[in-house]
Design a protein around this ligand. Sequence first.
Ligand code: 13P
Length: 255
Amino acid sequence: MRNRMIAGNWKMNKTFSEGVVLAQGIVDELAGGTGAVDVVIAPPAVDLKGVSEVLNQAGSSVALSAQNVYWEESGAYTGELAPAMLESVGATYCIIGHSERRGYFGETDEDVNRKAKALMAHGITPISCCGEPLEVREAGGHVAFVVEQIKADTAGLTITDPSKYVIAYEPIWAIGTGKTATADDAQEVCGAIRKTLVEIFGAETAQSIRILYGGSAKPENINGFLEKEDVDGALVGGASLKTDSFAAMVKSAMN
Ligand code: 13P
């Protein structure tokens, strides 16, 4: 019903030439195909074109994602990138609402919502991130916090193809810390996200939307997450920067 997805968020790592080398390594490692698993890599913006060429030349099924977008079509927005620009270099996905963008750059739920609408108007699939900070988790408010984010981030969205809207649940305290949520922690929140999606979009659509877990996901712990009913894959940071660990996670998802 839902194809699994493994997505690599390179964050602010890899220069152009390093990015091309990493992309080539991933393509080579996965040359045998990835079965029903959708594989996505999200390099920094200046690497997109080079990585796109690597993927195209190899005829690879690995898809390309940007890490951010602005919702206007064009104009005087120095430093920003429009959906059509991402489209023009072959990006078919874009991460939005990552906690690092929310925390360091002030991205709000309203921004995330606008970005999703702008991307979808261009046929680009959002990977829309949500997740609670440590103090909210410790106070037991994590489910309610994430449910509110989902409601705000999806407000007024029309989803005609549920395979083209992806959610990533990334508890902030588990990102880059080596501290993973347990698989049960992930299922608790991903299950609540699914329930919220059912309320908003109806059961049929909600059952086809992928929900990924992110936060110190690595080859050693990926299987536990994948076994959970409402976890459809992973958004991987650190472990996506090495060919072998990223490919190992894809291969786990294929089993
Ligand atoms: P790490 O896998 O490095 O914890 O990062 C997770 C993440 O933020 C992916 O978007």
